[in-house]
Design a protein around this ligand. Sequence first.
Ligand SMILES: [Zn+2]
Length: 351
Amino acid sequence: MALKDITGQDRAINILQGCIVRDRIPHAMLFAGDEGIGKRLTAVNFAKAINCQRTGSQEPGVVNNGLFEDTELRTPNSELQTLPDSCDSCPSCLKTDKSGHPDVFFIESEGDGDQITVSAIRGLEKSLAYKPFEGNYKIAIIDNAERMNPAASNAFLDTLEAPPDQSVLILVSSRPDMLLPTIRSRCRRINFTPLPLNVMGDLLREKFNKHDTGQPLLSGALSGGRPGYALREDLIAQRDRSFSALKHMSGGLDEEEGGDMEELLDWAQVWLRDLAVFKTTGRADLLINRDREGEIKALIRGTALEGILKLARELYNIRGNMRFNLNEKLTRNYIGLLIRKRLGRTDAGKQ
Ligand SMILES: [Zn+2]
């Protein structure tokens, strides 16, 4: 795979290829957007493109002043054919794909707290201090960058302030709002957007190699344009599980124990979106969960749009705080309380 093979992120990839063409690759970039829409995949393929032994730039010129020049660097679609990309087959490209390139570093969260630790960032700093061994650039891909704990964030800030020559730092995050503002402001931000439904449908049909359109289209819609999610096998089962929990809780019954809370909160947003859409428009064709129209209709009876929107905001905030190891039982009870308060009906609980 190369940059040209990534589906649905033309704008982001255009900007990146524009940076290569102009030899103005920012020292630090922030790839921001929902989970599962191709940010990390793009980071890996960008690393391949700039270090490729066949197509990579011969004279690297990382510059800092590429920051905030989004408009200037954007390249028209018509230039896509000639834009730089990796060959996807030279030793450098193959090693990067297998996470075995000596100049490409992957930093991920680890341990009990699922955090990126200061020792990981210090280790990275040391690795970046040397000149590249084989490639043109040293590239660090920091996945789920918002999981840097405070000490790691501060250490990383030092690296950002005095970036080593020929190095490119790529922060990948679905919650860029949780990064330190001082980190965000030092990174060139590249936004990734969810894929349109028809593009998702095509992509999923290709992957599932199915001729019927129903299942891939439903998965595509359910995943909110995020291929990484849609390709999970148990997507529809997850959806059903979360919906039954939500209905349960809104009816004044406690949710059964177990079930992943982050999963529930992610799905709650999809459901609340449908509730809000149906409440406002009454149009079933605009629903993501089109096959559950009847239940959605029943669930919004007696609820106010304001309550649905408030609940969406409250659950979104709780989801954002999940990384702080909230007490699971208390949080679960609190979520139940909020759902009942915002969606609960006076006659609920006896259906
Ligand atoms: Zn190559």
